[in-house]
Design a protein around this ligand. Structure first.
Ligand code: SF4
Length: 300
């Protein structure tokens, strides 16, 4: 972190001396909200929900971000390491969540490790979900592998130009694919939690890129990788003025992606229903292309 190279942007900010990096993160953890969340993929929810901690700031700047009040604009509060320990304790002991779901944790990894240390020493431990855009550096994943039982990574683009234009993320495609490959290939003991779930958010005008991402997973890794195909894109924030992000995904676009998933042989994972009023998930392979399951997802 000194200088900071935690994410692939490697902007080199000297955060220890009070400077902030491209993402806006500084010298202490900043958290927007936390609590049990029942909208994640089914294996992550359990009876008491996934224990989400939404960290402020983000290493990407997506024009269409639904979380812009805290990802772009830094909403939330600076907290101490002991306070962060208290949040993790609350999620484990009071809320009895299934996991600690670290949402956009990358700029804060050193603080998170320090915060959970006293809990781990006491034997209080939940599985860690590393929940991010997929814009990760493999060196950082290696260095903080102890904070990643499940990699819940997006694969948002297949074209680097699009990633630059829509998310100001240079090298996104290479970085996200390397991160996903790392999570897939990583040696692990048998575990009750999935090591990897890849989220494919279908973007307006970019269904072909989503299909290309699915093709990459199927051919370079395996169609056994659990994927979560999402229809929930909503034009908000800077997307409102930026075609093609200023509209919803059409049903035809969405179904071209879910049909491609079936063609590539994906059977593990979930698809959201198309209708906004119906955020249900269906198991891939059961109700293709866009069926209706029993488990809901809410957009954060
Ligand atoms: S995490 Fe933030 S400060 Fe660190 S390299 Fe990435 S953008 Fe820069």
């Amino acid at each position: 972190m000194e200088p900071c190279r935690l994410c692939p942007r490697a902007c080199g900010a000297d955060r220890e001396s009070g400077r902030t990096g491209f993402c806006g993160a500084g010298a202490c953890p900043r958290v927007f909200r936390w609590g049990p969340h029942f909208g994640e993929e089914p294996p992550l929810v359990g009876e008491h929900g996934s224990g989400c901690v939404f960290f402020s700031r983000c290493t990407m700047k997506c024009l269409y971000c639904q979380n812009s009040p805290w990802s772009w604009n830094g909403g939330g509060e600076d907290i101490t390491i002991p306070r962060l320990t208290g949040i993790f304790r609350e999620l484990a002991e009071k809320d009895r969540c299934s996991n600690w779901n670290l949402v956009s944790p990358t700029p804060y990894l050193p603080f998170i490790r320090e915060a959970v240390a006293p809990l781990l020493a006491e034997g209080v431990r939940l599985p860690f979900v590393w929940n991010s855009s997929g814009y990760e550096a493999v060196e950082t994943l290696e260095a903080y592998a102890d904070l990643c039982d499940t990699a819940l990574f997006d694969l948002r683009y297949a074209n680097s130009e699009t990633a630059l234009r829509a998310s100001a993320a240079p090298g996104y495609v290479e970085a996200a694919r390397a991160a996903i490959r790392w999570a897939y290939c990583r040696p692990r003991a048998a575990s009750a939690v999935p090591p990897l779930i890849v989220r494919i958010l279908v973007l307006p005008g970019l269904a072909e890129e989503a299909i290309e991402s699915l093709a990459w997973i199927a051919t370079e890794l395996s169609p056994d990788v659990p994927v979560s195909i999402m229809s929930q894109f909503t034009p908000v924030y800077r997307a409102l003025d930026t075609p093609p992000f200023n509209r919803k995904v059409t049903q035809e676009e969405y179904e071209s992606v879910t049909e491609a998933a079936a063609d590539f042989g994906f059977e593990n994972g979930w698809i959201q229903g198309y209708e906004a009023a119906d955020p249900a998930l269906a198991l891939l392979g059961e109700n293709m292309p866009a069926g209706h399951g029993a488990v809901g997802r809410t957009a954060e």
